[in-house]
Write a protein that binds this ligand. Structure first.
Ligand code: FES
Length: 143
């Protein structure tokens, strides 16, 4: 029996969610939360190369790369907030899941956040717990 992804599409052998039939009208793959990480020139200079890939590995380690609580990591260009480099923003897929609690949360110095703190943040996101307290703690530690 063919494996199907969360969108109900048959999945290519060896993949978890890659559909066999690529429908250009299909909506973007489900995600619960999207994390935009700035990879513009100034942020890229302070962060290590492949920072977004490191975060993706952490998300994978928590098994949050697919499924209902999928966290999607997306690199973006300059947010226009370079003095806070490296900048990031969480956005909830609220049109789909109705959750607003962690939408539009900005944070700075993303590259200084330890892997352990990222794990805590991602787990809190997946449980729909308010992460503002984590972000405030991080900013106080960095001040
Ligand atoms: S380069 Fe990241 S905010 Fe400008």
């Amino acid at each position: 029996m063919a494996h199907k992804n969360i969108m109900g599409s048959e999945v290519e052998k060896g993949y978890k969610c890659k559909p066999v039939v690529k429908d250009p009208n299909r909506p973007i793959m489900h995600y619960k939360t999207q994390l935009f990480i700035c990879d513009g020139g100034r942020c890229h200079k302070v962060a290590k190369d492949q920072f977004a890939d490191k975060l993706r590995e952490i998300v994978k380690g928590l098994d949050l790369q697919s499924g209902e609580n999928r966290i999607k990591i997306t690199r973006t260009m300059c947010f226009g907030a370079c003095r806070f480099k490296q900048v990031g923003q969480f956005v909830e897929n609220s049109q789909r899941n109705g959750f607003e609690i962690n939408s539009n949360i900005w944070f700075k110095n993303a590259h200084k956040i330890s892997d352990e703190k990222w794990r805590k943040i991602f787990m809190a996101i997946s449980k729909n717990q308010d992460i503002k307290v984590f972000v405030e703690q991080i900013e106080m530690e960095e001040a």
